[in-house]
Design a protein around this ligand. Structure first.
Ligand code: CIZ
Length: 352
């Protein structure tokens, strides 16, 4: 349904935060990589641990997660997998909110992360106190927050959503006549509003990676590859989303590469996803969508520098030392678990 209602942006001064360069890890020889992977495999087994990795992490980590019975997935599936797996330790290769979500859903388990400084620009742009004050100003709105937020922000919400389930949840709320206060990704929020027609107000955050995709450069690339299907993550700007053949979550974009008949695809999301796409659809040509800073302001414009903080090297280190444990107080976990479980239950109700 095309949108008819307007969408009002919160007038808040977002906090400043530093976006680091993409970490440059030492290049391992084949032998070194094999030795490190063997050591990690042995430690995972001995410590009754399982590796849960996001699609945006390094390919070697993704492969190892799959080879050792862990999972590579989006944040919704990572959370579900971790909470249902019998391991007593979850090693989460991703960014902090993913480790926190794992801990919230499995408070009795030990959750480790290769680097606790791996944050997310959306999380950083939505500090709990500022957000809570905004919610207080709008008591008649249902608070829906994206998974890319801190435990404290989740605890202040009614619903947590991922990009994979945002549309049906907001549609469900709109059908029930509820008004939605959305945070923190403005592009995803606007996309959801356009498709659901829900009455929404929103937080003005953005993902520093997806915001770099540029429509004009994308049009030029597409004119050189007119047969390529354009796949866009909805955290991207609206003019980029408007050019897409498929708009969707990481899982939806991977499925599109596998199931669509096209032999070429232009992909507008973190380039870490190409690893999984290449594995599942080896015969297809994948082109990275152009970004604003290409060749200029960043070394790898479509690679999240915080996701890049995960490597085999620091994964081995946390397993050896047991450091980098994620803690969420029991009280905060109890509160934040409510909207997360609401999302998981809703997702379950959609399954055939
Ligand atoms: O929820 C996730 O895993 C993220 C960050 C993106 C997506 O579309 O899956």
């Amino acid at each position: 349904m095309p949108h008819t209602t307007s969408m009002k942006e919160a007038s808040v001064l977002l906090p400043e935060f530093r976006v680091p360069e993409l970490p440059q890890w030492p290049v391992l020889s084949k032998q070194e990589e094999k030795a490190l992977k063997d050591e990690i495999r042995e430690m995972l087994k001995r410590k009754n641990a399982v590796l849960v990795a996001h699609y945006y992490t390094d390919g070697a980590l993704q492969d190892l997660a799959e080879e050792t019975g862990g999972c590579v997935a989006d944040s919704l599936e990572m959370a579900r997998f971790g909470s249902e797996h019998p391991a007593t330790t979850l090693v989460v290769a991703g960014v902090r909110f993913m480790g926190e979500t794992a801990k919230i859903l499995s408070n009795e388990k030990r959750v480790l992360m290769p680097d606790l400084n791996a944050t997310c620009s959306l999380d950083e742009s939505c500090p709990a106190e500022l957000f809570s004050a905004y919610c207080d100003e709008h008591p008649d709105y249902t608070v829906v927050v994206y998974a890319n937020t801190s435990a404290a922000v989740k605890a202040r919400s009614d619903w947590v959503v991922t990009s994979g389930i945002a549309l049906p949840i907001v549609r469900h709320l709109a059908d029930a006549g509820e008004k939605v206060l959305w945070a923190p990704d403005r592009h995803l929020g606007q996309y959801v509003q356009r498709l659901t027609g829900a009455e929404m107000i929103y937080w003005p955050g953005a993902c520093v990676i997806h915001e770099r995709f540029r429509a004009e450069a994308l049009a030029q690339l597409h004119s050189r590859h007119p047969e390529a299907a354009i796949l866009v993550h909805p955290e991207s700007p609206a003019d980029v989303v408007a050019m897409a053949d498929v708009v969707g979550s990481t899982t939806a974009l991977i499925n599109a590469v596998v199931t669509m008949p096209n032999s070429e695809f232009i992909v507008a999301t973190d380039a870490g996803i190409l690893h999984k796409m290449r594995k599942l659809a080896p015969g297809k040509t994948l082109l990275e969508a152009p970004t604003a800073g290409e060749g200029a302001t960043c070394r790898s414009c479509a690679r999240c520098p915080w996701m890049g903080m995960n490597s085999l090297v620091n994964l081995a280190e946390v397993l050896r030392s047991g450091k980098n444990e994620v803690f969420v107080s029991a009280e905060l976990a109890r509160k934040a678990a409510i909207p997360i479980r609401r999302m998981l239950d809703f997702a379950r109700s959609l399954r055939p």
